[in-house]
Ligand binder design. Structure first.
Ligand SMILES: [Zn+2]
Length: 114
């Protein structure tokens, strides 16, 4: 028998947008032909430094807000807004912004859209 899992409204949105299940939709802004979703991203357990590959990284400094484009839903443009934490690597003393694995930061779009 097929079991149905009950989703709350925020979980349904994440499912509809085909985002990872641990992403939280904080709120949505509707414009004429575009919806903007404001997301809270979970802090990753494994934080790998992109320079030395150490996982000795801590959150330090102020976050950066990024807006990316995502796959359209029902013909409406979708934008995602989230903040990227600034990370500091205690091994090589470099700092960088975390990037979710489903985001192409440089192209300002999600991998799904790409
Ligand atoms: Zn490092």
């Amino acid at each position: 028998m097929l079991r149905k899992k009950k989703l709350n409204a925020a979980e349904e949105l994440v499912h509809l947008l085909q985002l990872p299940p641990d992403v939280i939709v904080d709120h949505v802004e509707h414009a004429l032909d575009e919806d903007t979703f404001f997301l809270n991203l979970p802090l990753q357990d494994k934080r790998i430094c992109p320079f030395c590959k150490s996982n000795d990284c801590i959150v330090r400094g102020s976050a950066l807000t990024q807006t990316i484009r995502h796959i359209p839903v029902s013909g409406r443009k979708i934008s995602l807004v989230f903040s990227k934490r600034r990370m500091y690597c205690e091994n090589c003393s470099s700092s960088y912004y975390e990037t979710p694995y489903w985001v192409l930061s440089r192209l300002k779009m999600s991998i799904k859209l790409y």
